[in-house]
Design a protein around this ligand. Structure first.
Ligand code: CMC
Length: 382
């Protein structure tokens, strides 16, 4: 029998106070540092979102230029990190594992902190700056190519696309990626953010917190499964096949990827933001037919889910349009979760600062359900 205080999965438990973001699952609203996500995502650059989360205010021009420069200066990877990535690529290590291993090497930069510098702030700059370089370098190494050096003249989002090997990206692609990164930068006390807060609450360092958060993000119940949503769109291939294919999947008891959410009981507001960004991207740079097909698949899926679970209101979640948007940017599916990390690291680092400033050691209790009063048996009597 369960103890009265036990809440499986901590569902509904309030474990932190935060000014960083708020998820209203009933209204379908996401507020990021006071801004409705749709207000922020269509305008902000990634650097502005980082500044906003770290300082609780939008930067002025000088503050933004300083942060851009500070991040750009920390993009290049130390030789040891590149050696590690080469070794991982030769083993065919999956990109999220390579990212987790290489992110830990951001501690090699500890010596860069200026004498009066704040070590945690320095670590935050180092990890935010180097995650895209690691992901992009690893992608090229896996393909047997040499990494592309970062370009300090480009903003964070533009430089990520540039380092992925496609040359200097167009404005439409950069805007779409900025919208994505801002949309996923923070999302309440999700599992990876909680993991990061637990780690720094012990007085541990911020790089350790980001490595732990990457481990949590990787799992399929969190950030690990945006690819399958796109696979279904490809499998369907043409609008008239949407209904029979989806009906068959539901009939077999399969879940439709990209639909439903634990917290949102209405449409995930991030889906709308990313749908707008994806529509723009596909209209200019992309495969307009694929976008049209995705809309048909979405409409059919929502209608069939209503038939399947009447009244549950299973709606489109963030994954559906994430997949479409990142595919439109030319990213392969195995980079979808690492790219999620490139955006979410803004929130992880901000939560680490907040936890360190205002939080207590996170140390909950467990309900003991094991045996009691056992007696030790010598090995020959067991
Ligand atoms: N397709 C088919 N049936 C579904 C789906 C779906 N996508 N989502 C929920 N259901 C069913 C579910 O099986 C359950 O049926 P039953 O009562 O017979 O067991 C019923 O609807 C109610 O489910 P729920 O309690 O609303 O779902 P949950 O809170 O346990 O799960 C979820 C939420 C996101 C895991 C689930 O909706 C799902 O598996 N969706 C597909 C995977 C997906 O898109 N995941 C990404 C989520 S967004 C990422 C993030 O924000 O971190």
């Amino acid at each position: 029998e369960r103890g009265a205080g036990f809440v499986p999965g901590l569902e509904g438990v309030v474990a932190a106070e935060t000014r960083l973001s708020h998820v209203d699952g009933a209204a379908g609203e996401l507020t990021v540092a006071g801004f409705p996500v749709e207000e922020l995502a269509n305008r902000a650059t990634f650097e502005e979102v980082v500044y906003l989360l770290w300082h609780d205010a939008l930067p002025d021009a000088g503050q933004l230029a300083d942060l851009r420069e500070a991040l750009a200066r920390r993009r290049a990877l130390p030789r040891a990190t590149l050696d590690l990535l080469r070794a991982a690529a030769s083993e065919g290590t999956p990109p999220m594992d390579a990212l987790r291993m290489a992110a830990g090497t951001a501690s090699l930069r500890a010596g860069d902190a200026s004498a009066d510098g704040d070590a945690a702030y320095e670590e935050a700059l180092a990890v935010v700056a180097c995650l895209p370089t690691i992901v992009a370098a690893y992608r090229l190494l896996l393909d047997g190519e040499e990494p592309v050096d970062p370009d300090p003249e480009l903003g964070h989002a533009a430089n990520y696309l540039y380092m992925l090997g496609g040359g200097v990206p167009g404005d439409g692609s950069v805007r779409a990626l900025e919208a994505y990164l801002a949309t996923v930068a923070d999302h309440g006390l999700n599992a990876s953010t909680f993991a990061a807060r637990v780690i720094v609450s012990t007085g541990s360092d911020l790089v350790s917190a980001v490595v732990g958060a990457l481990g949590a993000l990787k799992g399929p119940l969190h950030g690990g499964a945006p690819g399958p949503a796109l696979d279904v769109v490809f499998e369907i291939g043409e609008a008239r096949r949407a209904e029979p294919v989806l009906r068959e999947k539901l009939g077999r008891g399969e879940r439709l990827m990209g639909f439903g959410h634990r917290v949102y009981k209405v449409r995930d507001p991030r889906a709308d933001v990313l749908a707008t960004a994806a529509e723009l991207l596909y209209a200019t740079d992309g495969d307009a037919a694929l976008y049209g097909l995705a809309l048909e698949v979405e409409k059919t899926a929502v209608a069939l889910l209503e038939e399947h679970k009447p009244g549950r209101n299973l709606q489109t979640n963030v994954e559906f349009y994430t997949a479409l948007l990142l595919h439109g940017l030319g990213l392969p599916t195995e980079l979808f979760t690492p790219t999620f990390a490139v955006g979410r690291v803004a929130g992880w680092t901000a939560h680490c600062f907040e936890q360190t400033e205002r939080g207590r050691l996170i140390r909950p209790q467990s309900e003991y359900v094991g045996e009691r009063d056992r007696r030790w048996l010598p090995i020959e009597e067991r």
